[in-house]
Design a protein around this ligand. Sequence first.
Ligand SMILES: CC(C)(COP(=O)(O)OP(=O)(O)OC[C@H]1O[C@@H](n2cnc3c(N)ncnc32)[C@H](O)[C@@H]1OP(=O)(O)O)[C@@H](O)C(=O)NCCC(=O)NCCS
Length: 180
Amino acid sequence: MMLEPFAPYRSNEFQVKFATSNWERDEAHALRRFVFCREQQIFEDDDRDAIDDHAIPIVALSMLGIAADRLVGTVRIHEAEPGVWWGSRLAVHEDFRKVGALGATLIKLAVSSANAMGCHTFFANVQVQNGLLFRRLHWDVVEEFEIYGKPHLRMKADLAWYPPCATPEAGFVALAKKAA
Ligand SMILES: CC(C)(COP(=O)(O)OP(=O)(O)OC[C@H]1O[C@@H](n2cnc3c(N)ncnc32)[C@H](O)[C@@H]1OP(=O)(O)O)[C@@H](O)C(=O)NCCC(=O)NCCS
């Protein structure tokens, strides 16, 4: 009898939500460290900064039925001045990019949850190679500049496309485009 070759399991369903437990917060930092220190080499050992003291972490979880299997994406949001919110440290695990609109769904919850908390302006400093992703999600370029030795775009979300989400602890479900 011929056996099917082993295929690593990948969930087809993801939940994008505010981090509500310590393991989610810890895994989000681990993913950030991997992406921004090891993969992109923007920071040396740790990408955490003072914003983490008051930012809200958002996570994308791969789901096995109703249980979370692993953390596959993250972003954080914070209010810098009344009504003005920022998103930063957007990262999706490399095996899960362009799989289930995880980056787009993290951005959607980031802006929609801020909108529900009184946001009137939402900014992000976006690496130039991701400008098109944000433009397609109804963000406009406000300014071009350089930080961390890399060209960036300061971009602003069009809140009309991001209706308030008042249940961010439940967040949104994202589905893989193709069966794994
Ligand atoms: C940027 C990043 C978060 C995108 O995550 P992702 O889960 O692959 O994005 P999505 O699948 O939600 O992308 C949504 C759509 O945009 C497209 N897209 C993804 N990245 C893109 C990019 N850099 N430029 C243009 N289009 C892009 C996808 O193909 C998809 O298109 P579709 O709707 O036609 O299928 C991910 O590539 C990443 O973590 N990169 C490394 C860290 C990083 O650059 N962080 C952002 C700093 S600003």
